[in-house]
Design a protein around this ligand. Structure first.
Ligand SMILES: C[S@@+](CC[C@H](N)C(=O)[O-])C[C@H]1O[C@@H](n2cnc3c(N)ncnc32)[C@H](O)[C@@H]1O
Length: 160
């Protein structure tokens, strides 16, 4: 493994609910960094699902699972979020509190784009190069690491 994102199973359930020009997953897909699907059944059964409503916060210990089965982001519109997440996911994980740096929701707590959510999950589980590779494709990528560095490092300390 050379620390490249496409060595890992990175998946997006792409529901096509918002402006394709601003969508972060379609951008990652253009760089071949994520696999898209329209149904969860297209992805490995035990993949971790990034779910802002989960009771479980992602932690370093999820690393092996990500290596084995991958990680899924549900790429929907924030305006449809309650409808889309109207069920519990067995492997659901929420992120610790983080600030969005993307141009649509800059400065808002927990309202991350799909790319930010995936990158934060990878960083927390020790896939730092992969995380940085994803956000290097966005003009606001560096800003995400900058404004969240204390919160991300705080989470890592707790895992030790
Ligand atoms: C609601 S979509 C918004 C997509 C956005 N339109 C884009 O172009 O990236 C963002 C997805 O990222 C993940 N996500 C965002 N914030 C999260 C959090 N705090 N905890 C867990 N997952 C989160 C979820 O899978 C969520 O559905």
């Amino acid at each position: 493994m050379n620390g490249k994102s496409n060595d890992l199973g990175l998946y997006a359930l792409h529901l096509n609910q918002d402006d394709p020009k601003k969508n972060t997953i379609l951008r990652l897909n253009r760089f071949n960094l994520i696999k898209l699907g329209k149904k969860l059944s297209q992805f490995p059964k035990n993949a971790i699902v990034l779910d802002p409503f989960s009771n479980n916060v992602i932690e370093f210990q999820d690393r092996n699972n990500i290596k084995k089965s991958g990680i899924i982001v549900i790429d929907c519109s924030w305006t449809q979020i309650d409808l889309v997440f109207n069920r519990k996911f067995k492997m659901g994980r929420k992120l610790p509190h983080l600030l969005a740096a993307n141009s649509v929701n800059y400065g808002k707590w927990d309202k991350l784009s799909s790319a930010e959510a995936l990158a934060a999950a990878l960083f927390i589980t020790g896939f730092k190069n992969e995380a940085e590779e994803l956000l290097s494709k966005f003009p606001w990528g560096k800003s995400f690491w900058e404004i969240n560095k204390d919160f991300l490092n705080e989470g890592l300390k707790k895992d030790k």
